[in-house]
Design a protein around this ligand. Structure first.
Ligand code: NAP
Length: 263
């Protein structure tokens, strides 16, 4: 075994790899985008608004010495995602890493939910992940250098959150988990790994929505670790799955939930 093989920290090194992160203007996507840069990657930052947090993410990455570009695009548009991937490769180089975090959440009793509310969420949370993976994998298959994709699902794809009426959200996240496994198997012999991360309750703007705020204490009580996750705690799992440290992991859903699903 060579010394390089024994040099464990290098397993997580993302130097000179190009990454695309969706939902990079806020919350989990924003923090992971910075984390990838801190491990050496150059990062294309995609979000639907260019007047949100994208500039902050780009500034934080610039401070690490890595390159970042900002892309305003809606993940429900296949053409927009394809253009984003093309721009990423033209400006930063061959796409090797992708982290798909763009998503929304809202709540309504199933019997009262409108078709529009259901469909809008499904289009972003599930079709948006499929379109993102499709465009990212097309680029990875074309350049032949391999790639690693991580989709942000949720523990809501595994359990039903007590007190939250969000049948569409829970179903969309179960869909992301199984879609990730399905794509992992389609590309397993062509150098692309696909995994998902399922966070538990995490302190982000998504959880400041009105139906959540009064429940924060309950969420903490229901979690074995007795607290919500900090976005910083999503970086390690994402870097692990995207890096060579996870070279034998594909089709995995990694629960990062403070033990929630054990109870
Ligand atoms: P967040 O702070 O709201 O970040 C999500 C980002 O995605 C926002 O900037 C949002 O823009 C963007 N986005 C939404 N729709 C988009 C679209 N169609 N195209 C491009 N960008 C779009 O939420 P977060 O908590 O970080 O969530 C990130 C991911 O983690 C989501 O998939 C979420 O379901 C998942 N997750 C979150 C938690 C949690 O407790 N926070 C737990 C489990 C899983 P806007 O601000 O304009 O909507």
């Amino acid at each position: 075994m060579s010394q390089a093989d024994l040099n464990a920290p290098n397993l997580f090194d993302l130097s000179n790899r190009v990454a695309l992160v969706t939902g990079a203007g806020s919350g989990i996507g924003q923090r992971i985008a910075l984390g990838l840069a801190q491990c050496g990657a150059d990062v294309a930052l995609l979000d639907r608004r260019t007047d949100g947090g994208l500039q902050d993410t780009a500034d934080a990455i610039a401070a690490t010495g890595r390159r970042a570009i900002q892309i305003g695009a809606d993940v429900t548009s296949g053409a927009a995602i394809a253009e984003a991937v093309a721009r990423t490769e033209a400006e930063l180089g061959p796409l090797r890493l992708a982290l798909n975090a763009a998503g929304i959440a809202n709540a309504e009793a199933c019997e009262n939910m409108s078709e529009e509310q259901y469909q809008t969420l499904m289009d972003i949370n599930m079709k948006g992940v499929w379109l993102s993976c499709q465009a990212e994998a097309r680029a990875m298959l074309a350049h032949g250098q391999g790639g690693s994709i991580v989709n942000i699902a949720s523990m809501s794809g595994v359990i039903v959150n007590r007190g939250l009426n969000q049948v569409h959200y829970n179903a969309s996240k179960a869909g992301v988990i199984h879609m990730s496994k399905s794509m992992a198997m389609e590309w397993v012999d062509r150098g692309i790994r696909v995994n998902s991360i399922s966070p538990g309750y995490t302190a982000t703007p998504m959880n400041t929505r009105p139906e959540m705020v009064h429940q924060t204490k309950e969420f903490e009580d229901q979690t074995p670790m007795q607290r919500m996750a900090d976005v910083n705690e999503m970086v390690g799992p994402a870097v692990f799955l995207l890096s060579d440290a996870a070279s034998y992991c594909t089709g995995v859903d990694l629960l990062v939930d403070g033990g929630f699903c054990c109870w």
